[in-house]
Each structure stands twice: as structure tokens, then as C-alpha cells.
Design a protein around this ligand. Structure first.
Ligand code: CP
Ligand code: NVA
Length: 336
């Protein structure tokens, strides 16, 4: 699984619904003081999952390790200083060797080509845990989160090939990056409209736009992708406002330039009001978050889904080990 483009609408739907049903089943089991339900527990018995991470991670690392553990497998974390990933050894050699000893590779890399090369030469499945271009695990958790707020509770029922979210509108305000690319692909696939507001020069690259739009092929009512440089235009009638850091990992040298270019793109209640978001709009962010892209009032406010969204990273990777959700029911006082 290298990107959301690899999945049909039915496959994507199944991943999201599986995440939701595992969440319900595992929480119920732990609440009753029982082991995780079968067949979840034991799915990976005797198997090792190699987790090769060239970059930092909180959510992806913790959710994947916990999920593998929950499924009875062994997560083997391999940081950038632990193995020869692209340093001192070719990706080809690493891929052949690691896949000969493990059952799955989860890889967080720099250039997308690195994870694509790993997959091309691996004899076991490879899951992209973030590359320069894609973050598919995040998108599964994001759609699970959207379903929890806007799905069955609001009369939108999933089917085998649809989450029933058609007609919703997502507004992305900020950098056009890896997280956006998979989110937008899933939106088009699932019939959810998405408007993207990025400063001039920070929009979606042409090749990526083509890939995102190709998600519409064979979909009866695909979501529309609209691009603008004006945040208010993107926000008009949006149900969900989403953003991410303006400086992704690896772009640190461009920090000052980027902070200047993105001035005016911070998500605030005032911006949402000025832009005309739907009255009950919600806010999402994959985290880690910085105050420049969203202020505390929104991030810690009642419209924010960020902590359930983060928790869903675990469910998207299958299951959770705690009887009760640990995300705060009451958000902390706004602070900078
Ligand atoms: N959202 C996300 O992938 O977070 P980490 O970088 O902490 O894994
Ligand atoms: N766009 C961010 C996402 C981190 C989860 C990055 O690539 O650093």
C-alpha cells in the first residue's frame, strides 16, 4: 500500500469500516476485561513486521507498533541509524534481505521513490508510513474520523463500495503536501468535494493533480477538486476544515520563506466565519501541529476532531489496547 491511488473505492471503504468495527470490538472486549477478540488476536502470531523509519514519528510509530502487538506479532522498529536504509547499502539489497526475514515492511522514507523501490524488490507486502508524496495510513484514519462525525449519526449509511459521504465538502487551507495528496485522492474516490487553498507557488504539482483526478475513473459520482489561492473561497460551505504543517520534515531550511509565504492562511474561527463555512463545521489536522497553521481556539475548541483523529491512527492500523479512550473529553485551556 503505497498510496490511496492503489485502492479501489470498495477496498478503501473496507479498510475504513474494518477500522471502525475493530475499534468497537476491541473497546468492548477490554471494557469487559477480555482479550482482544479473535480473529484479530493471533492474526500476526509468529510474524515480524519490520518498521523502517528514516524520519521521526509519534503517531505512525506508536499506532503501528501497538497494532502489530495487538495482533500477536512482533513489531521490529528500525530507525535511520539502526539499518543501512539507502546509506551504505542499496535499497534493492535492503529490500531483498529484510523481506527474506520478515512478513511485512512498514517504511517511512524521504523521497517517494524509496518506498516504491522497496516495494518493487520486496517479497513481502510494503506499507508506506509517509513519503514525500503520500500518507495513506493517515487518510484511512481521517475518513474513519469523518464517518464518526458525519456518517451514520447524520443518516449517511455506508455500503460495500461507498462510505455514504457523497456531497460533503472538505476545505484544505495550507501547504499542498503528502497528507493532502492522499486525502484529496480519497475525497475524489468517495464523492466528497475538496477545495484546496495554497499560496501561489505552493499548489498541487501537475503530475500529482493528474494522479488525484484519476481517482474519479469508474466512480459514478466522484468528488470535485477545486484549487484556489484564496482561503475564504475554499472554505465556502465546507463541512470540514483541514490543514497540516507549513514546513514538512525535510523542508526545515525553507522555514522562514514558507512562514512568510503562508501568512494569512492560519485557520481561525474568524477565517471560517468570513469564508462562510457550514454552521457546524469541524476541524482536522494529522499532527504534529504548530500554532502558525491553526490557532489554539480552533485546535483545542469544540469543533476540533484532532485527538479522536490521532487515536484513529491506531484503529486504522487495527485495534487499541486500552479499555477507554484516553483522549481528553474536555480540551485543555487554550494555550500557545
Ligand atoms: N500524523 C502522523 O503521521 O504523525 P507522526 O509523524 O507523529 O507519525
Ligand atoms: N506533512 C508532514 C506530515 C507529518 C505527519 C510531513 O511530511 O512532515
Amino acid at each position: 500500500l503505497l498510496s490511496i491511488s492503489d485502492l479501489s473505492p470498495a477496498e478503501f471503504t473496507r479498510l475504513v469500516l474494518n477500522a471502525s468495527s475493530q475499534k468497537a470490538a476491541v473497546k468492548a472486549a477490554f471494557a469487559a476485561g477480555e482479550q482482544p477478540p479473535k480473529p484479530l488476536h493471533g492474526t500476526l502470531a509468529g510474524k515480524t513486521v519490520a518498521m523502517m523509519f528514516s524520519k521521526r514519528s509519534t503517531r505512525t510509530r506508536v499506532s503501528t507498533e501497538a497494532a502489530v502487538q495487538l495482533m500477536g506479532g512482533h513489531p521490529m522498529f528500525l530507525g535511520k541509524d539502526d539499518i543501512q536504509l539507502g546509506v551504505n547499502e542499496s535499497l534493492y539489497d535492503t529490500s531483498v534481505v529484510v523481506s527474506s526475514m520478515t512478513s511485512c515492511i512498514v517504511a517511512r522514507v524521504n523521497a517517494h521513490k524509496e518506498v516504491a523501490d522497496l516495494a518493487a524488490h520486496s517479497s513481502v507486502p510494503v506499507i508506506n508510513a509517509l513519503s514525500s508524496d503520500h500518507h495513506p495510513l493517515q487518510t484511512v484514519a481521517d475518513f474513519q474520523t469523518i464517518c464518526e462525525s458525519f456518517g451514520p449519526a447524520r443518516g449517511r449509511q455506508p455500503s460495500d463500495s461507498s462510505l455514504g459521504l457523497e456531497g460533503l465538502k472538505v476545505a484544505w487551507v495550507g501547504d499542498s503536501n503528502n497528507v493532502l495528496f492522499d486525502l484529496a485522492t480519497a475525497c475524489v474516490k468517495m464523492g466528497v468535494d475538496i477545495s484546496v487553498a495554497s499560496p501561489a507557488g505552493y499548489g498541487i504539482p501537475e503530475g500529482m493533480r493528474k494522479l488525484i483526478l484519476s481517482a474519479a475513473e469508474g466512480v459514478a459520482a466522484p468528488g470535485k477538486l477545486v484549487e484556489t489561492t484564496v482561503p475564504e473561497e475554499a472554505i465556502k460551505d465546507a463541512d470540514i476544515l483541514v490543514t497540516d504543517t507549513w514546513v514538512s520534515m525535510g523542508q526545515e531550511a525553507e522555514s522562514q520563506k514558507r512562514l512568510k509565504a503562508f501568512a494569512g492562511y492560519q485557520i481561525t474561527n474568524e477565517l471560517a466565519k468570513r469564508g462562510g463555512a457550514k454552521p457546524d463545521w469541524k476541524f482536522m489536522h494529522c499532527l504534529p501541529r504548530h500554532p502558525e497553521e491553526v490557532d489554539d481556539e480552533v485546535f483545542y475548541g469544540p469543533r476540533s476532531l484532532v485527538f479522536p483523529e490521532a487515536e484513529n491512527r491506531l484503529w486504522a492500523a487495527v485495534g487499541k489496547c486500552l479499555p477507554n479512550s484516553r483522549f481528553p473529553r474536555k480540551f485543555p485551556e487554550a494555550r500557545r
